[in-house]
Design a protein around this ligand. Structure first.
Ligand SMILES: [Fe+2]
Length: 200
């Protein structure tokens, strides 16, 4: 049986609580519950996406406002820092309406999922990081997904109005739901989880 590293276990335990917040849409809590049920079983094929990108340098700045807090966000920030080089990094280069230079201005950190600290294919648990004044492209994907926002920032779904769910709030995307996010004056960080295999 695959053994789970302590830093991964610590992040999963904290994230699980944050995804059960009443501030999330009920369906978001529902998809997260199924993700964390699958995560009870460790699974890792050892693949690591260890290339770093320019926006990785913004991680400390994004976490700094709450990393010392006695809160779930503070604990999550410290857990992300403790993952360090085990985080798998990737960037989105497809989609429309991304701000100029958005490719260098964002990065996605995979914790549980392909190329992440626990590389697996049945779920994804990770985060998106954007530098200030960045708009992520409109995108959609077959898996259902939930986000929890850690910083000021806004989301948009299905071409609707931009909205700020508040720190600790989030969104739920049904399958193939177009969505985007954008940062304001400060770096943006949101964690997400997806069910990437629909077999139960
Ligand atoms: Fe997404």
């Amino acid at each position: 049986m695959t053994c789970r590293a302590g830093n991964v276990a610590a992040f999963i335990a904290i994230a699980q609580k944050l995804f059960q917040s009443e501030k999330l849409p009920e369906a978001g809590r529902g998809v997260a519950a199924r993700v964390f049920e699958r995560l009870q079983t460790p699974s890792d094929d050892g693949t690591r996406y260890d290339t770093r990108y320019p926006a990785c340098d913004w991680l400390d700045a994004a976490l700094a406002p709450f990393i010392g807090d006695d809160s779930g966000f503070g604990a999550a920030a410290r857990a992300i820092k403790a993952l360090g080089p085990d985080i798998g990094w990737a960037r989105r280069s497809s989609g429309v309406n991304g701000s100029d230079g958005y490719i260098d201005a964002h990065v996605n950190g995979m914790i549980c999922g392909p190329g992440g600290a626990e590389s697996r294919y049945d779920v994804q648990l990770g985060f998106s990081l954007m530098v200030p004044h960045t708009r992520y492209p409109d995108h959609s994907h077959p898996p259902e997904e939930a986000y929890v926002l850690f910083t000021p920032g806004e989301f948009r779904q299905n071409g609707g109005e931009w909205f700020d769910p508040g720190i600790g709030g989030g969104i739920h995307n049904v399958r193939n739901n177009p969505h985007a996010m954008r940062s304001g004056d400060v770096p943006f960080l949101a964690i997400w989880c997806l069910l990437t295999r629909d077999d139960d």
